[in-house]
Design a protein around this ligand. Structure first.
Ligand SMILES: Cc1cc2nc3c(=O)[nH]c(=O)nc-3n(C[C@H](O)[C@H](O)[C@H](O)COP(=O)(O)OP(=O)(O)OC[C@H]3O[C@@H](n4cnc5c(N)ncnc54)[C@H](O)[C@@H]3O)c2cc1C
Length: 386
């Protein structure tokens, strides 16, 4: 094999791509991250709830369950070691009707099976002792759920990569991928910076390739068609938008408040940022294509949010909700289908050596990011595992 320009290229500088590059560069591996925007993490990694999930909901044994629980521990440690804002504020999953109670027991069972061993079940009195404004008939308390400054996390990861000799190249979109006769990955790129010719790369070759491109992963993965093993199909991405409303006043809660989930959707929950500001959401709207517009001209969405929130917070003041922002989940299953696990495809799956591609990294991808980084680095550095 002739020499590649670089040992490993990661496509996508969201939290997951950066965590993978961080893990590789910390092991002395040469790595470059290519990102189409002019800053890191401007897509899903900065349009989420910033919650460090405990690992309550995901099917035991799934990658989502395992990497969430592992990632949560790594993330608290990383934040503390690197001065990234973080708080173990805790969370209550609340039952507001008798019909919710069996679901609450189901979550408790799942949490235990996932190795989350610190949950408590509260009756209404105990829940209200913790959160006097809460209306519920029972609750599950998860003290290891928390919140994190996702921007601080992105900056810290980028800093680590550069300190280990890696680089993050911004304003660079990957537009074509081919294999050289001796098996290197050759990436054609286009500069997306206005007039910044110095950042323009034409082609770059790498021995290893990681596709961690979030909502763009399917498009990037398909650039390698038809080189995959016969029968392998790059997973399609089905975008699902979530809207957030923010609260004009300060919320009278110190824990995050979640209703009992509805299928794979966690419901309209209350989360807090590190400044104590509350936001509600995200809701779930399946989309044909990626579009971040906040859509509530008729005011119907706000009404729906108010109804949902008043189930657990009846004193939500009138007209207190303000339109916030949206985020888009890169789902790899369609509406009505069984929720898919994280898809981390190596040669054993798609047939191309030294390629790892990640699809469907929706929640809890932030929580799991550092664990995904270590998992993918281990896959790449230990061929036997892939
Ligand atoms: C509404 C919502 C709420 C969420 N809340 C939480 C939460 O509270 N807790 C939690 O743990 N998780 C949460 N998540 C999930 C979490 O935000 C994501 O799993 C995580 O941010 C995914 O990171 P990523 O790096 O895979 O993707 P991204 O952040 O989308 O990064 C992918 C990057 O690839 C780049 N890219 C794409 N195509 C190309 C190309 N051709 N060339 C170059 N670059 C390219 C993109 O520009 C982008 O920057 C939430 C997600 C959503 C949508």
């Amino acid at each position: 094999m002739s020499a590649a320009d670089v040992e490993t290229i990661v496509v996508g500088a969201g939290l997951v791509g950066l965590a993978i590059a961080d893990s590789l560069s910390a092991r002395g591996h040469e790595v470059i991250v290519l990102e189409r925007h002019d800053r890191v993490g401007t897509e899903t990694s900065s349009r989420n709830s910033e919650v460090i999930h405990a690992g309550l909901y995901y099917p035991p044994g799934s990658l989502r369950a395992r990497l969430c629980v592992e990632g949560r521990k790594k993330l608290y440690q990383f934040a503390e070691d690197n001065g990234v804002g973080v708080k173990r504020c805790g969370k209550l999953v609340v039952a507001t009707t008798n019909a919710d109670l069996p679901a609450l027991d189901g979550i408790a069972e799942r949490a235990l099976a996932n190795g989350v061993d610190d949950i408590d079940m509260f009756d209404a009195i105990a829940a209200r002792k913790l959160e006097p404004e809460l209306d519920c008939i029972g609750a599950l308390h998860s003290p290891s759920t928390g919140i994190i400054d996702s921007h601080g996390l992105l900056v810290a990861l980028e800093g680590h990569i550069c300190a280990h000799g890696g680089s993050v190249v911004l304003s660079t979109s990957v537009t074509a991928i081919s294999r050289t006769p001796d098996g290197l990955y050759s990436l054609a790129t286009r500069s997306t910076a206005d007039g910044a010719q110095s950042q323009s790369l034409d082609t770059i070759t790498a021995k290893n390739l990681i596709i961690s491109a979030g909502l763009g992963a399917t498009d990037v993965g398909r650039l390698l068609n038809p080189s995959y093993r016969e029968g392998y199909v790059v997973p399609a991405t089905h975008p699902a938008k979530g809207h957030y409303f923010t609260l004009a006043a300060r919320a009278p809660f110190s824990n995050l408040i979640y209703p009992v989930p509805s299928g794979a959707w966690l419901g309209i929950h209350l989360t807090l940022d590190l400044a104590g500001k509350a936001r509600f959401g995200p809701d779930l709207q399946w989309m044909e294509s990626v579009d971040y517009a906040f859509d509530d001209e008729s005011g119907e969405r706000r009404k729906r949010f108010e109804t949902e929130i008043r189930r657990y917070w009846p004193n939500l003041p009138q007209d207190a909700l303000q339109p916030g922002y949206t985020g888009i989940r890169p789902k790899i299953y369609s509406e009505g289908e069984i929720p898919a696990d994280f898809a981390i495809h190596g040669p054993g799956t798609h047939g191309l050596e030294r390629l790892i591609a990640l699809y469907g990294i929706e929640s809890p991808g932030l929580t799991a990011s550092l664990a995904i980084g270590d998992h993918v680095a281990a896959m790449l550095l230990n061929d036997a595992a892939i």
